[in-house]
Design a protein around this ligand. Structure first.
Ligand code: N01
Length: 534
């Protein structure tokens, strides 16, 4: 191994969210010389930035948490079935303090560039204040949904009212009492926020471009008995999650939707609807791959919308027409459809009446004008690639990440990129990431990355770089797996379809977290097969 220069560290970690926090914990445990950089003023990542009213996780709190320390599991008591953003943020604060991780991060600084020096086998990472760090390895824990999408609406700069972004909501309370509020965007963020905005505001106008399917979350406090049961079964629960298809426990009906009769289907869908949460999309095992099975689920959900929403025209406008159910992330809500029965809420269907212009006083569509004191943007993210391609990332032999990914991301296992030695992309495109329980997934990713670093250190390896053919093969494989599902039929952010000009390709690995983990385990156990190690 080339002797690193005196000021060269072992590792730079970018990001102090769920992944960056755990990466820092593991790096320190291994005795690495490590520094972290985080754009926010504190830890938390997604849960630091997305402070909008109603922000809540759609994975059960007892599963959406670290498993690496049994004592942590015992000491942190989750209060609700699905944790709120403030509770998850407090949890991540607690973890950072408990293991004394904060002092290893620089907060309030963005990484603008990272360049690999082939001679020295090191990364030079530049921050927005000009500070530079040199390190042998670079771990990008920059998040999957962390580069907010700000739509370039005509006239937006003329707007004189308040603009709020769900993905960058102010830390101090926002008082909407007596305000006329407009909401643009009806994905998970908009749908979670809307009922709470409607409760507080004088009026809420929802500008919907695409309707989305949403299922009641049926959140509730966790009882003492439930908590005790979780504690008793935690080790087995975690163990079962390690190789579960989505990284936490879930079951489907034992038979396909197309194999049971109508009454049985209705019973199963109703049971899942009453149970609440995203698993409605997995009631039957064939829902994500067979359009006939999917149609049964879709029709059930649509009947629910018509049943809940009193105005038949509003109900029709709320029914998606452009994708099979579950092929865009299914939303979980609290009182979203019911909200449209309130007198102070109006739905504007932008498919019928597009926005023409934002003016100083509000929004003009092609048939009406809406005076607004506040516009809330819940307009999503440049998902999976945006946080990486927005950094000037340059690897070996002149490779520039943003150029290499101009026609879609190409990775090896989502963890490495050909042309970029010693770069580890945590939860990157090409891994299951957004399709799995992110906490289980994160631990797998960090552990694998740390194993790679340890392997290189133990074997005097200066550079570990995925082979181009291995990356091509993996990327082709994940495309083939996606083609076998209904997911490629939706113009979703999984496909990059929400960002103008972005190449459409299915970016996460949809073959299941358990299968993916086995593939990663095997590559590691075979001496990091697929890598050129020099
Ligand atoms: O973003 P989105 P999100 N004019 O991209 C609309 C996770 N998450 O932040 O579909 C008008 O889903 C856009 O319309 P269209 C979860 O994985 C989880 O809500 O492009 N509208 C769409 O309606 C989720 O999937 C939770 O036609 C415009 C909306 O904005 C992911 O994050 C909570 C527009 C964006 O929806 C992203 O969710 C929150 C324009 N110019 C987020 N541009 C949990 O529950 C965009 N839109 C755990």
């Amino acid at each position: 191994m080339n002797a690193p220069t005196e000021n060269t560290r072992d590792l730079v970690i970018v990001g102090a969210g769920l992944a960056g926090i755990y990466a820092m914990y593991r790096a320190l445990e291994k005795g690495l010389d490590v520094v972290g950089v985080e754009a926010g003023d504190s830890v938390g990542g997604t849960w630091y930035w997305n402070r909008y009213p109603g922000a809540r996780c759609d994975v059960e709190s007892v599963d959406y948490s670290y498993s690496f320390d049994r004592q942590l599991e015992k000491d942190w008591k989750w209060t609700e079935r699905f944790a709120t953003q403030p509770e998850i943020r407090s949890y991540l604060d607690h973890v950072a303090d408990r293991y004394d991780l904060r002092r290893h991060f620089t907060f309030g600084r963005r990484v603008t560039a990272a360049h690999f020096d082939e001679q020295a086998s090191t990364w030079t990472v530049t921050l927005d204040d000009g500070t530079r760090h040199r390190a042998r390895f670079l771990m990008m824990a920059t998040g999957c949904l962390s580069a907010p999408n700000r739509p370039d609406l005509p006239g937006i700069d003329e707007y004189a009212g308040t603009q709020l972004f769900t993905a960058q909501w102010p830390d101090e309370p926002v008082d909407l009492t007596g305000k006329r509020v407009g909401l643009i965007g009806t994905g998970s963020s908009g749908i979670q926020a809307a009922p709470l905005l409607a409760e507080q505001a004088q009026s809420l106008t929802v500008f919907q471009r695409s309707a989305n399917y949403t299922v009641p979350a049926r959140n509730r406090p966790l009882t003492e008995e439930e908590w005790e049961k979780v504690q008793e079964t935690y080790p087995e629960r975690r163990k079962a999650s390690l190789y579960a298809p989505a990284g936490s426990l879930s079951t489907t009906h034992p038979r396909k939707a197309t194999e049971v009769d109508a009454a049985e289907r209705e019973r199963a869908f109703e049971a899942r609807w009453q149970e609440g949460g995203v698993l409605f999309a997995k009631t039957f095992p064939d829902q994500g791959v067979d359009i006939v099975a999917n149609d049964y689920a879709r029709e059930f959900a649509e009947a629910k919308i018509r049943e809940i929403v009193k105005d038949p025209q509003v109900a029709e406008d709320l029914i998606p027409t452009d994708h099979p159910i579950g092929t865009k992330r299914i939303v979980t809500d609290t009182g979203y459809y019911e909200m449209y029965n309130r007198d102070n809420v109006e739905l504007v269907n932008l498919r019928k009446h597009p926005i023409e212009q934002v003016t100083s006083w509000g929004i003009k569509t092609d048939d009406a004008s809406y005076e607004l004191d506040v516009i809330v943007f819940a307009t999503g993210f440049d998902a999976l690639t945006g946080a990486l391609t927005s950094i000037d990332l340059r690897g070996a032999r002149g490779a520039v990440l943003a150029d290499d990914w101009a026609h879609g991301p190409e990775t090896y296992l989502g963890l490495g990129v050909a042309g970029f030695p010693n770069l580890i992309t945590l939860n990157g495109p090409g891994s299951p990431s957004v399709l799995a329980n992110m906490s289980t997934h994160t631990e797998q990713q960090v552990d694998w990355g740390m194993d790679l670093i340890e392997f290189c250190r133990a074997n005097d390896i200066d550079q570990a770089e995925p082979r181009k053919d291995a990356a091509e093969k993996w990327t082709a494989h994940l495309g083939e797996v996606a083609e076998g599902t209904l997911f490629t039929r939706a113009a979703s952010w999984y496909m990059g379809a929400n960002i103008e000009g972005k190449t459409r390709t299915f970016m996460p690995y949809i073959g299941g977290f358990g299968n993916y983990r086995r593939i990663c385990d095997e590559a590691r156990d075979n001496g990091f097969e697929g890598y050129v190690l020099t």
